[in-house]
Design a protein around this ligand. Structure first.
Ligand SMILES: [Mg+2]
Length: 279
């Protein structure tokens, strides 16, 4: 009995090892440094916590409720089509495989070069509830605008559209996708959409997806702005979780993509303790 169980465990372990090697992960054995990677908790939460995924269902349920209310309350004089504006990355598309690979490679900060190489692989997955939400919008005549700031060169737009379609948003149309390469300021594009459509709600994982005033490099200031907008969360603004990237990083480090340096690791540690760092 125990021998049979042992053989089953051994076979399972060998299969897992083979799968890990085939995927390129765990190719190098962890050493003491990689075991101290400051990203581990955040990524483990992203990869395993059912709560993380439940927050997406919750967000899309709120967004759907807002649309149902808007449809019911619609003025007969308002001819504008209802719409929602959604961010793309970590709102409707999840990049968990990228972050897992980063850990497997022993890195502890976001790396733009590996990100740009990863994006064309089309390994994004739709966030939980996203496909059903978009289908609900389409079934009710509500336009969904995808607004993202990305930059993978000239191919950025086609890559973003391809990522959406590969993840299951088969009906995503080019005219409903706005890709901002030069700036992360989405307000001009959002204002343009609002002139033509009755925007019911905005969806995003970064407060900058809702308003540019959140693009500040001070943690306390950013938090104070958030409290000023308290009444908008869950109504105009539907927020999704992101423990790995976004402008909350910029508030800590002064830049959105800090380099992997000991100085930045110290700033991160200070932030965790609650100490302001001199930058
Ligand atoms: Mg995002």
């Amino acid at each position: 009995m125990i021998g049979t169980m042992f053989r089953k465990i051994t076979v399972a372990a060998l299969l897992m090892l083979a799968a890990a090697q085939a995927s390129g992960q765990a190719a190098t054995a962890p050493n003491a440094e990689t075991l101290k990677n400051p990203l581990l908790y955040a990524i483990a939460w992203r990869q395993t916590a059912a709560e993380y995924r439940a927050l997406y269902y919750q967000g899309f349920a709120l967004a759907r409720l807002r649309i149902e209310q808007a449809l019911a309350d619609r003025s007969p004089n308002d001819n504008r089509t209802l719409a929602v504006i959604t961010d793309v990355d970590e709102t409707v598309l999840l990049s968990g495989a990228y972050w897992g690979q980063l850990i497997a490679d022993g890195q502890d900060f976001f790396d733009d070069a590996t990100w740009d190489a990863w994006v064309p692989r089309n390994e994004f997955v739709a966030s939980p509830g996203a496909l059903a939400f978009v289908a609900f919008c389409e079934a009710n005549g509500v336009e969904v605008f995808f607004v993202t700031n990305r930059d993978q060169g000239d191919a950025t737009f086609e890559l973003a559209l391809g990522n959406l379609r590969a993840a299951g948003f088969a009906s995503a149309r080019a005219e409903n996708l706005r890709v901002l390469r030069e700036t992360s300021n989405k307000e001009a594009v959002q204002a343009q959409i609002r002139t033509d459509f009755n925007v019911v709600a905005s969806l995003g994982d970064n407060l900058n997806d809702f308003a540019r005033r959140y693009y500040v490099t001070d943690v306390a200031e950013r938090e104070a702005l958030m409290h000023e907008d308290a009444a908008k969360f869950g109504s105009d603004y539907i927020v999704f979780p992101n423990p790995t990237d976004g402008h909350w990083i910029r508030a800590i480090f002064g830049e959105s993509e800090p380099s992997a340096s000991d100085a930045n690791r110290e700033i991160l540690r200070n932030a965790a303790i609650g100490i302001d760092s001199e930058r």
